[in-house]
Design a protein around this ligand. Structure first.
Ligand SMILES: [Zn+2]
Length: 348
């Protein structure tokens, strides 16, 4: 069977609009869709409409008060939630469908024979906490994907990888005390939202199941790929995830207006190969990607095009790139390794 990538999208995601000067704008999705429909990949994608998440499902990860705050933005015009998070009259509906898209994506993976799904959603989700919408995010889409996988498909070991430039504080908090979700994040640090230092490794049953890689401004392919190959890979091979979820943020790429990393398409391609390898070994190949940030439109469309291209490649080849990490990266690696091996959880 020719492998296709399921794309989950709905027009409602274009109607959520935080305003003319906001970087998280509807054009982000339009340019991605145009690129994916180009010749070459057109026959390798299939577009599906999302279901709408119910209130009960959203409350798996969020408080009733946050749900009502977002619900009450309906019909109010522009509603400022915090300094950079804005809702308009369509945002609540868009947010419910962005969560529901995760359910649809998982259904395609677990019931319809797809290996890969990419939910092209807005608003993004990884900053949203139980009781707080922030950082352009209203509900936490990827965290709810993990809840769907647990509650609908009985999945017990879920790996969430967050390669957005920013730390996924909301996702981290959702699963800080559990070993049923392993959260791995690379991000610019110190930077918004302020969390994600290497010593944040989970607590209680969750000790060792949160792994943060705080990288400096200027981080390029070598340091970036190094942590995926040398830290994520050995840990993932010990954890043996039954499902791989990816918070895909393209603001980690070079020349993003909100970020200072210098990752290129080569870096995105290399980590995608690794995601495939992990999923192929333990999760029947299943990967669900969810769009987070990325504000350079060309990087967004080319980044996702590259991921889809890598996913549908026929051969299963996982070349190990030669990388030359900086002394900063090597030192950080030692600190993370000491922390994790001291706790006796992972052999890195
Ligand atoms: Zn971001």
């Amino acid at each position: 069977m020719v492998q296709k990538v399921a794309i989950i999208f709905d027009e409602i995601f274009l109607k959520h609009d935080p305003g003319n000067f906001h970087p998280e704008k509807p054009e982000r999705l339009k340019i991605i869709l145009d690129r994916l429909k180009d010749e070459g990949l057109k026959s390798r994608i299939e577009i599906f409409s999302p279901e709408r998440a119910t209130k009960e499902e959203i409350l798996w990860n969020h408080s009733e008060s946050l749900y009502h705050l977002i619900e009450n933005t309906r019909g109010k015009g522009y509603f400022q939630i915090d300094a950079d998070t804005v809702a308009n009259e369509y945002s609540f509906d868009a947010a419910c469908y962005a969560v529901g898209a995760q359910k649809t994506g998982l259904k395609l993976l677990f019931e319809e024979g797809f290996k890969y799904a990419f939910t092209l959603v807005r608003p993004p989700g990884h900053h949203a906490e139980k009781d707080r919408a922030m950082g352009f995010c209203l509900f936490n889409n990827i965290a709810l994907a993990a809840h769907y996988a647990k509650n609908l498909y009985g999945i017990k070991r879920i790996l969430i990888i967050d390669f957005d430039l920013h730390h996924g504080n909301g996702t981290q908090k959702s699963f800080y005390y559990t070993d049923e979700v392993l959260f791995f994040s690379t991000h610019q640090y110190p930077y918004y939202p302020g969390t994600g230092n290497y010593n944040e490794i989970g607590a209680g049953y969750g000790i060792g199941y949160t792994i943060n890689v705080p990288l400096k401004a200027g981080c390029g392919n070598d340091d970036f790929i190094f942590f995926y190959q040398s830290l994520l890979k050995p840990i993932a091979f010990q954890y043996k995830p039954q499902l791989v979820l990816i918070s895909a943020g393209f603001d980690c790429m070079i020349n993003d207006p909100l970020g200072d990393f210098e990752v290129t398409l080569e870096g995105i391609a290399r980590i995608t190969e690794l995601f495939k390898e992990i999923a192929y070994n333990f999760a029947n190949g299943k990967i669900l990607f969810t769009l987070e940030g990325g504000y350079n439109l060309k990087n967004l469309s080319e980044g996702i095009f590259t991921i889809v291209q890598k996913l549908v490649e026929e051969e299963v080849v996982y070349p190990f790139s030669e990388v030359s990490p900086t002394s900063y990266a090597l030192d950080l690696f030692r600190k993370i390794k000491d922390m994790l091996t001291f706790k006796g959880i992972w052999d890195v």
